[in-house]
Design a protein around this ligand. Structure first.
Ligand SMILES: [Zn+2]
Ligand SMILES: [Zn+2]
Length: 214
């Protein structure tokens, strides 16, 4: 599976284009804004975009979803249905974060723990990882040992839990019980900032690493 990360919005959110090099079908994960940047990348790589995948309902992750879905006529999959009220609150999130208004939407498919999502010959597993928000999901490509974790985990940090739906203990449990078992050699693309591996974070992350005294 090929990947290209495209930082979007003032929050430099890592919108990521995934595609299958055989069929050239692809999916875009978390199109938070800057739709032209995303469409330019899709065209430059020659990808046929077939779906939108969402990790969670924060504006910088979903802002361009409805426009993109409407323009390309493609379905929206994810996040978990516990994210329903957060997605419905997109107009208020725009005010709160000083963004121009964006259109809200209803996903074509809500995802839950154990589901899979596919495009071309590629399949990703879905993990429900609440804590940053209640309906947050992570996408895991087992063959490539690659995870797209949204705002659950970052290189050297973890997602904030002071926003509506946040729960610090639940976030730590999601990371320890759902992410770490996937393996130390898994590389992850976080919602913001550089890639890292679960092994490095499991050891050294100051918020959830095993060398941290809690
Ligand atoms: Zn977030
Ligand atoms: Zn974010």
């Amino acid at each position: 599976m090929q990947t290209l990360t495209i930082p979007v919005t003032d929050f430099q959110q890592n919108c990521t284009l995934l595609w299958d090099e055989e069929t050239m079908e692809g999916a875009v994960v978390d199109p938070g804004g800057d739709m032209d940047l995303i469409l330019n990348a899709v065209e430059a790589k020659g990808v046929k975009l077939v779906k939108i995948l969402l990790t969670h309902g924060h504006l910088d992750h979903v802002g361009a979803t409805e426009d993109l879905a409407a323009q390309l006529g493609i379905p929206i999959e994810g996040p978990h249905s516990d994210e329903r009220s957060l997605i419905a609150s997109l107009p208020q999130q725009c005010v709160m974060f000083g963004f121009p208004p964006v259109k809200t939407f209803t996903p074509d498919r809500w995802l839950t723990q154990g589901d899979t999502v596919s495009f071309g010959n590629q399949t990703l597993e879905v993990l429900h990882c609440p804590g940053h928000t209640q309906g947050h999901v992570v996408f895991f490509h087992r063959a490539d040992k690659l995870a797209l974790v949204g705002d659950v985990l970052f290189s050297g940090s973890i997602g904030r839990t002071d926003l509506p739906g946040g729960n610090h203990g639940q976030l730590l449990a999601s990371i320890r019980n759902r992410l770490w078992p996937l393996g130390d050699d898994v590389t992850f693309i976080p919602g913001h900032g550089p890639r890292s591996t679960f092994g490095v974070e499991r050891k050294y992350n100051p918020f959830v690493g095993e060398r941290t005294v809690v």
